[in-house]
Ligand binder design. Structure first.
Ligand code: NAP
Length: 274
């Protein structure tokens, strides 16, 4: 039994039996290391198991001496590791058998990688977590998930305002400029929001959940966290859904392409088309 607990508003403590979603890091993407990295997370969380453990990315880097960061080549690029995705998945399944995670899933895998896993999986991925929002609607990947019976989870569902600046500052990585407004500022999104007396964020989230997509918006602001949960008391019309669908920019809408990790695109399992 897990020993952790959270303090409720009432002053009572509620025991936590498992907690949220955790990820196998890019430096741990090898079958022999899955147990080690999950053990580290469980120790830090003071838990016996998590509810969901994801393979964060389909490519792997060689860890540096700390084993938390990638080792680098002289030019600053990350040292790429061989990554055997099927072997990693088998090791993930073993962690379910051992009761250390209730569910296992994938993140940032493309169609071909997902199909490979599905073809050998004894335990089906509980979800595929990918970047998905009105500018990057991923119809082909969604169709593949539907065919395989794997629920899809949209990360950055509000278009992750501020992400580009964050990655530019953290990794000194320059994004290509485009003239598209942030999704939360898009005139169409604002107009639809106004007609429903909802916020742009609520419209963007509703657009996804109305198509059966799981959303995981992030906010550090209590008012916005509550706002993001109030999306089950209105419906977008078929015409509004079509208008929002037309905002899709395909690959040009992608923000989290991981190119801020220098050299990642040379990894054989780099999942995106450049
Ligand atoms: P996001 O949820 O689309 O955007 C978060 C940003 O939107 C924050 O700056 C937040 O600011 C703002 N925001 C939230 N609610 C708002 C509202 N109602 N009105 C206006 N602004 C609002 O993008 P994200 O943070 O990139 O992604 C969300 C989740 O996906 C996170 O939990 C993240 O860990 C996960 N994720 C996973 C991966 C992966 O590789 N698996 C990659 C990226 C992200 P405030 O805090 O000021 O409200």
């Amino acid at each position: 039994m897990a020993t952790n607990s959270v303090l409720l508003g009432s002053g009572q403590r509620m025991p936590l039996l498992g907690l949220g979603t955790w990820q196998l890091p890019h430096v741990g993407n090898r079958a022999s290391d899955v147990e080690k990295y999950l053990t580290t997370s469980l120790r830090r969380l003071q838990l016996d198991y998590v509810d969901l453990y994801l393979v964060h990315v389909p490519f792997g880097f060689v860890p540096d001496k700390t084993s938390e960061n990638p080792a680098k080549n002289a030019d600053g690029s990350y040292i790429l590791d061989d990554t055997d995705l099927l072997a990693v998945w088998k090791a993930m399944e073993q962690q379910v058998d051992l009761g250390r995670t209730r569910n296992i899933g994938l993140s940032n895998f493309n169609i071909s990688q997902l199909e490979q896993i599905a073809s050998v999986a004894r335990i089906c991925p509980a979800t595929l977590q990918v970047e998905l929002h009105a500018y990057l609607q991923q119809p082909a990947l969604r169709a593949c998930c539907a065919k395989l019976g794997i629920p899809i989870t949209a990360y950055s569902p509000l278009g992750s305002p501020g992400a580009k600046i964050h990655f530019q500052q953290k990794y000194n990585f320059q994004y290509q400029e485009n003239n598209e407004p942030d999704l939360l500022e898009h005139p169409l999104v604002k107009q639809i929001a106004g007609s429903h007396e909802k916020s742009p964020a609520q419209v963007l989230l509703r657009h996804l959940i109305q198509q059966g997509i799981i959303v995981i918006p992030k906010s550090a602001n209590p008012t916005r966290i509550k706002e993001n949960g109030k999306i089950f008391d209105f419906q977008l019309t078929p015409e509004e859904m079509i208008q929002l669908n037309r905002l899709d920019r395909g690959e040009n809408g992608r923000i989290i392409n991981f190119l801020f990790w220098k050299g990642v695109e040379k990894h054989p399992e780099y999942p995106f088309k450049l």
